[in-house]
Design a protein around this ligand. Sequence first.
Ligand code: SF4
Length: 215
Amino acid sequence: MPRANADRTVRTTRNVRLALATLHEQLDVCRACPKMIGPVVHGPPVQSDVILIGQAPGPREGSFGRPFAWTAGRTMFRWFEEELGIDEARFRSTVYMAAVARCFPGKAPGGGDRKPDAHEIAQCESWLSREAAILRPKLVIAVGTLAIERVLAEKLPLANVVGTVRKARWQDLDVDVVALPHPSGASTWHKMEPGKTLLAKALRTLARHPAMRAL
Ligand code: SF4
């Protein structure tokens, strides 16, 4: 059988879901980072050409057992509902939701959630690599500066990247990247100009992307 056909046969929806479910079982018991606070948080094993990558769960997500389950999520899902016409339930069931780190990092000394450190990011990257290999997504939605930096492999001001579609080589895949600011209440970037205008542009860009339209 030609290689392409073999790959297509192997990558059935059922196989992808099974592979993700198996990975989730292993991810659920990961305790690789001593400073991280469990439980591990991830979305369901959704087969999708679109993957959303956030920073890390906050203090409430663990009790709900899903990413973006609290105030930042409410803001982000309102953006999607208003600009993309996709409500939270549909988004969660059609887009694979991942993050740079899957456990709550705890609070930073100055307030707000601590950013995962380099060791934690590297540890958790192995899960992301495996998810990317299973899903082979076409579009990455990177939410917040840390996720944007990790996916694009460079540090860019939000104003230079939000509102654009970037081509990137990520996890050995050629992907389009749409960057969004973090919807956390601690960030005011998206509430002031030029953030407001750029966020609206980014959401319009997302709504028009073929991988989103195909969901
Ligand atoms: S942050 Fe990631 S690598 Fe670290 S313990 Fe949690 S799941 Fe494991």
